[in-house]
Design a protein around this ligand. Structure first.
Ligand code: TYD
Ligand code: MG
Length: 470
């Protein structure tokens, strides 16, 4: 490939491109994040899609011809289901040919395990699958496959870190699915930077994207994340691929949430829920039930929040422990809920409800390694904290949800009906919700839900309804 003489610099944090080196990225403000990358002709385009069609053609004009939208070929949209429902849900209904999916998450969370299981399913459906590993030996993959009970002949394993060789094999074999584990271990020997550097990751991904688009082969790429939670090395990676899927959960917990944070072929709302067991990752069919299974009965400091992940209702237990502080500065820790959100809720409990918890240590956590990011969880957090502080358990079979405002008011959230229905389904008999949500539920709907729904306007009232005495 002809290379332009001019150097190109890319910011490893935000992907900003520049022809000159700068100590500070002008876009994201990161220091020392600009690194030189090779600049093949046209590398300015991030995805490389359609690059093949560029250039002056025989008929004398440049580039591709515009096409009327009804004439656009839909053939490329034929999805291949992986046969693992929870994973298909995250992808938006299966694998799109020629798409590139980045799978990221902490080390040891289960990326390789899931991809090996997906590879097996696709291979068993009659496709050839090429699993390329730069992390483990063929023997190690073989041993893992054996442990997972995988012995499908059309699943091919290759251990290599040379992206040129990998590219060649993908184009030669044209598998129904190619997996590259991981992008940080692959490198182009012609570049002098080391594997995992901005330049290499960009080159490797660029090559895989071109191979995927030109051959119509879907490619799954594993990308490691750094301690701060970003995909290691360049953010550029996220711009280059079609879909970015994150693994959430904690390695010492059994549950894994798989979530699409970017998806050119579907919504980014859906989550898939898995459980890590001896035989690999298993789909969780009834997540609320599993998540609530270990809930202690009748203890103070526990509340069940009816939350929604994407379009799926999920009942989750929030636990809090409020303890007298032994030092001048009280300790606050949160697991699974946003630290700042919890701090606001503590302040509202203190100032608006009159719970003098300012000088207490407060610990909040979500059971099962799940993380709650939606505002509807606010009431669950507040209820758990108030319950622990008072030493009084929440009322029996009561679930809560609602966003808390700074004035101590309870604000409406979306999908109230879905949340209430899930609570009813799991045997809850009361649900404390924002009064605005209750008003918008039709009378008939309320009766059909078969559960007592209590609408309240303030956090103070909500706590009176949710906890036996406040
Ligand atoms: P792995 O898929 O190698 O993680 P990643 O590729 O994201 O780094 O998963 C490794 C962990 O999963 C390891 O700690 C062992 C555990 N595991 C099981 O519990 N059961 C299994 O069947 C397998 C294959 C792994
Ligand atoms: Mg791995």
């Amino acid at each position: 490939m002809a290379r332009k003489e001019r150097a190109l610099f890319v910011c490893g944090e935000c992907g900003h491109e520049s022809f000159k080196w700068m100590g500070k990225c002008p876009v994201c403000g990161g220091w020392n994040t600009m690194a030189e990358v090779s600049n093949p002709a046209g590398a300015g385009s991030r995805t490389g899609v359609g690059r093949g069609a560029a250039g002056r053609r025989g008929d004398g004009h440049l580039g591709a011809d515009p096409v009327p939208i009804p004439d656009v070929d839909e053939a490329g949209e034929q999805r291949v289901p992986t046969g693992i429902g929870e994973f298909d849900r995250v992808l938006g209904g299966g694998i799109v040919p020629g798409s590139v999916v980045l799978i990221s998450g902490d080390p040891g969370i289960g990326k390789s395990t899931l991809l090996l299981q997906v590879s097996d399913r696709v291979a068993r459906a009659g496709e050839r699958v090429l699993y390329i590993t730069g992390e483990e030996s063929v023997r190690q993959i073989g041993l893992r496959a054996r442990r997972l009970g995988i012995r499908t002949g059309s699943l091919l394993v290759m251990a290599d870190t040379n992206i040129v060789a990998v590219d060649e094999q993908i184009r030669r074999i044209k598998p129904g699915l190619a997996v590259v584990d991981s992008v940080q271990t692959m490198a182009d020997p012609e570049l002098d930077s080391s594997p995992g550097s901005v330049a290499q990751v960009r080159e490797v991904t660029g090559r895989l994207v071109r191979a995927a688009k030109e051959e119509g082969v879907p490619v799954f790429v594993v990308g490691h994340v750094t301690k701060s939670g970003a995909i290691a090395g360049p953010r550029v990676l996220e711009h280059m691929v079609d879909t970015v899927v994150y693994f959430e959960g904690e390695t010492h917990h059994a549950h894994r949430l798989v979530r699409a944070v970017k998806n050119r072929f579907g919504s980014t709302d859906e989550v898939g829920i898995f459980q890590m067991r001896d035989g690999g990752l298993f789909e969780v069919e009834n997540p609320s039930e599993v998540l609530l299974a270990e809930r202690p009965g009748g203890e103070a400091g526990s509340a069940v929040v009816a939350s929604v992940e994407g379009t799926r209702p999920l009942l989750v237990e929030v636990q809090a422990l409020v303890a007298r502080s032994s030092s001048g500065t009280p300790r606050r820790t949160t697991t699974g809920v946003d630290y700042n959100r919890a701090a606001i809720i503590v302040a509202v409990l203190d100032r608006r409800v009159g719970l003098s918890i300012g000088f207490y240590d407060i610990y909040v956590s979500v059971a099962g390694g799940v993380s709650l990011s939606e505002p509807a969880a606010d009431l669950g957090i507040a209820t758990a904290i108030a319950s622990s502080f008072r030493g009084v358990p929440t009322r029996r079979a009561t679930a809560v949800f609602g966003e808390i405002g700074l004035a101590g008011e309870l604000r409406a959230v979306n999908r109230a009906e879905l949340r209430i229905a899930e609570a009813a389904r799991l045997g809850f008999t009361r649900c404390v919700i924002p009064s605005h949500n209750l008003r918008s539920l039709e009378r008939d709907q309320r009766r059909e839900l078969g559960i007592e729904v209590v609408g309240v306007g303030t956090l103070r009232r909500a706590l009176e309804e949710a906890i036996r005495e406040v």
